[in-house]
Ligand binder design. Structure first.
Ligand SMILES: *[C@@H]1O[C@H](CO)[C@@H](O)[C@H](O)[C@H]1NC(C)=O
Ligand SMILES: *[C@@H]1O[C@H](CO)[C@@H](O)[C@H](O)[C@H]1NC(C)=O
Length: 165
């Protein structure tokens, strides 16, 4: 990807972070930073998505399964997560920016915002990848978000089973 294009898309993402607070609630945006190279973060996320790819065993694996790698380019990962339970689909995107730190912008949207677990799922489908890949323990790991840009952000434990509604 052209470097200017990358800067532009990073700027656009920053703008949408502040603009879309009220108009599109069924999504979650998180920013992470890492003290390790973006290439490493990128590879670990791709590997985790592949490890948790859609298969029949996902019926018994809770939400830490049923991911799909949709497309990749050097600074971008597009993926999807289909809840084995509700079949609702999250669209997931990670955008990478290497500076002194590796900065990652993540976004998760759900196509069916009527799902009562939408906010939890939007957050946990991103966070489960960070936890599952071990990136939460990587050097310099930080996570930034809040309940306005990620309504599920206050959930403290994505491992707990979902409420039955
Ligand atoms: C998800 O969060 C948004 C924004 O806080 C809220 O308006 C919406 O009701 C929540 N959805 C559900 C199903 O809880
Ligand atoms: C989250 O919940 C799971 C299952 O109950 C538990 O094993 C795990 O230790 C909890 N993690 C945290 C960070 O509280």
């Amino acid at each position: 990807m052209d470097f200017r294009l990358l800067l532009m898309s990073a700027a656009l993402l920053g703008a949408s972070l502040t603009l879309s607070v009220t108009d599109r609630p069924a999504q979650c945006k998180i920013k992470w930073t890492f003290g390790i190279m973006c290439e490493d973060v990128y590879n670990r996320l791709v590997r985790q998505i592949k490890l948790w790819q859609i298969s029949t065993r996902c019926l018994y694996s809770g939400e830490k399964c049923s991911y799909e790698l949709v497309s990749t380019s050097p600074y971008l990962i597009n993926a999807a997560h289909t809840s084995p339970k509700t079949k609702n689909v999250n669209e997931i995107q990670f955008l990478f920016e290497q500076s002194v730190l590796c900065k990652v912008s993540g976004e998760s949207k759900m196509i069916t915002p009527k799902d009562p677990e939408v906010n939890r799922t939007n957050y946990c489908s991103l966070q489960n990848l960070m936890a599952g890949s071990g990136l939460v323990n990587a050097e310099g790991y930080t996570e930034f978000s809040n309940k306005w840009i990620c309504p599920g952000f206050e959930i403290d434990n994505c491992s707990l089973s979902m409420r039955i509604v």
